[in-house]
Design a protein around this ligand. Structure first.
Ligand code: MLC
Ligand code: AMP
Length: 502
């Protein structure tokens, strides 16, 4: 087992052991040891400080693919006392404009291949674009002591508003989110894990990247989920731990089914030999859990989390992992279920909203005290997810808002998508919903009322969305309707739209 920290260190967090000559990361181009990563992170921190003593929570965004550069910049920002704002390299320019201006970013770190439109946007917003190559060789300077309660990271999350909100976590929050998983899932320095999840969300950032680094393990970075490349290494027996969203397990089963049996069996054996396969970010359907067990022999460990809280509930590493359930509270995380009447649920089988308390819970929505205040009741963070306790294990029942869609593990806001679609000249009215889908969990579906004299089809709508919305937010289904169903108050009754897409 990796040595555990007994208290949260104020600096060089998460700890990257400078004397460790073991490989920490590979990114397809290079392999770096912990000692090299430590030096590189210090160089980034020193260059960013540029003579200042402390970045004093300056928001430093980075637009970098999963790479050694990405990791060194993230840790460099933390070491220099800045707030790391990782951006989705697949975002459309209007989305990036929102992130940069909402966070009041001052510097953006990017590679030489930074798109011209993003450079132009930064120029317009007064954001300095810094080439990551200019950070690599800066001479080391004395770094500030950064107190654990200071802000460390801002990750944008969709919700029940039309624009994503910046979720701010402190160094202490991140440390708590990591350390609970190190123990609960038995992280070891001997572990090797592939990382192909996007690095602008907590699943990739916390559960995979920074848990592994804290444990002294090895991470293979992939720029995207590439089934042939990832499974080649799985079949070679290269990995001990695997973490993914349910959609990826579906895609892996489909991929193995399409291979000739010998090749598929080698991959299945590679998974079977690992010490842990984790599923999360969306519900893992019971048939998927069973198919994965039948194909690989692995019993998936399902857990539940959220950008604002990291991980909260987990099936046990040792003990029964129950299909369709998300287990029990992780150490240090307090959970309350609250019924519609506002009372705490004390009996099994009764549904309530999951509320969370603990050092893992985020500090605030950036520049949005109203949204922050509204998301807490008596110090408990209200997740908007419903659950029941069933023979000691929590089971997720759904969400309180129909306007949140989970597609392939991404949380999408129906209102954000509707806001963009309404700019289309042919769309007079629109309602976006999530529709059950075997691969994506939920797929984005749009019901539209057309402006007089116009027509619209799915293909032309997706083409129009290109550049306005990230591709995973684009509607996968479109229905043109005469009118949208509304209640007496004039509000669209979205559940009534579901049969349209079944
Ligand atoms: C890709 N596409 C999606 C999509 N991802 N469509 C809907 N939903 C998604 N999630 C579309 C693309 O737009 C494209 O459409 C086509 O699929 C192929 O794109 P791709 O990039 O080649 O797809 P693929 O690599 O297979 O991506 C699928 C995926 C990816 C599952 C690997 O979506 C992914 O990495 N999801 C994980 C998201 C995640 O990490 N969430 C965690 C949030 S934190 P077209 O039409 O152009 O062909 C959180 C807390 C917690 O939730 O508990 O963890
Ligand atoms: P995000 O805001 O992107 O961090 O997504 C968090 C949301 O993902 C949660 O609020 C849940 O709705 C959902 N989620 C995460 N893990 C699970 C799970 N195991 N089962 C069901 N839903 C999940």
């Amino acid at each position: 087992m990796a040595a555990r920290m007994t208290s949260i260190e104020p600096i060089h967090f998460p700890p990257i052991a400078p004397a460790n000559t073991k490989v920490a990361l590979t990114d397809g181009e290079r392999a770096v040891t912990y000692a090299e990563l430590d030096r590189f992170a210090n160089a980034c921190a020193s260059a960013l400080l540029n003579g200042a003593a402390d970045l004093a929570e300056e928001r430093i965004a980075f637009f970098l693919p999963a790479s050694v550069d990405y990791v060194a910049v993230m840790h460099g920002v933390w070491r220099a006392g800045g707030i790391a704002v990782p951006l989705n390299t697949g975002s459309a320019i209007p989305e990036l404009e929102h992130y940069l201006s909402c966070a009041r970013v001052t510097r953006l770190i990017a590679g030489a291949d930074c798109p011209a439109e993003l450079v132009a946007l930064c120029n317009r917003l007064g954001v300095n674009v810094v080439d990551v190559a200019d950070l690599r060789d800066a001479p080391p300077v004395t770094l500030p002591t950064v107190a654990p309660e200071r802000r460390a990271m801002m990750v944008f999350t969709s919700g029940t508003t039309n624009k994503p909100k910046g979720v701010v976590t402190t160094h202490a929050n991140i440390a708590a989110q990591i350390t609970t998983l190190l123990d609960a899932w038995g992280w070891q320095a001997e572990d090797t894990i592939p990382l192909f999840l996007p690095l602008h969300h907590v699943h990739g950032i916390i559960n995979v990247l920074n848990c592994a680094l804290w444990a002294g393990a090895k991470v293979d970075l992939f720029r995207r989920f590439d089934a042939p490349a990832v499974t080649r290494r799985v079949a070679d027996g290269h990995y001990s731990v695997f973490m993914a969203v349910p959609t990826i397990y579906v895609k892996l089963l489909d991929y193995m089914d399409a291979l000739e049996p010998g090749a598929a069996d080698a991959i299945a054996r590679g998974f079977g030999a690992m010490r842990l396969n984790v599923s999360g970010s969306a519900a893992c359907p019971v048939p998927l859990f069973e198919q994965w067990r039948a194909r690989t022999g692995q019993v998936l460990l399902e857990r539940y989390g959220m950008t604002e809280i990291g991980m909260a509930l987990s099936n046990p590493y040792e003990g029964e992992r129950r299909a369709g359930h998300v287990g029990m509270p992780l150490p240090g995380v307090e959970i309350l279920l609250v019924g519609e009447d506002g009372n705490t649920i004390t009996t099994e089988g009764q549904p309530g909203e999951i509320r969370v308390k603990g050092a893992n819970v985020f500090l605030e929505y950036w520049d949005n005290p109203k949204a922050t205040a509204e998301s807490f009741v008596d110090g408990w963070f209200c997740t908007g997810d419903m659950a029941v306790i069933d023979k000691g294990y929590y089971r997720i029942m759904g969400r309180t808002s129909i306007d949140i869609i989970k597609s392939g593990g991404y949380k999408l806001s129906a209102l954000e998508i509707e806001g963009v679609l309404l700019e289309h000249p042919a769309i007079a009215e629109v309602a976006v919903i999530g529709v059950a889908d075997a691969t994506w969990g939920e797929a984005v579906a749009a019901a539209v009322v057309l402006a007089p004299g116009t027509t619209l089809d799915e293909e032309s709508l997706r083409a129009w969305c290109d550049g306005r919305l990230s591709s995973y937010k684009m509607p996968r289904m479109l229905k043109v309707v005469e009118s949208l169903p509304r209640n007496a108050m004039g509000k669209v009754t979205k559940p009534d739209l579901k049969p349209l897409f079944s």
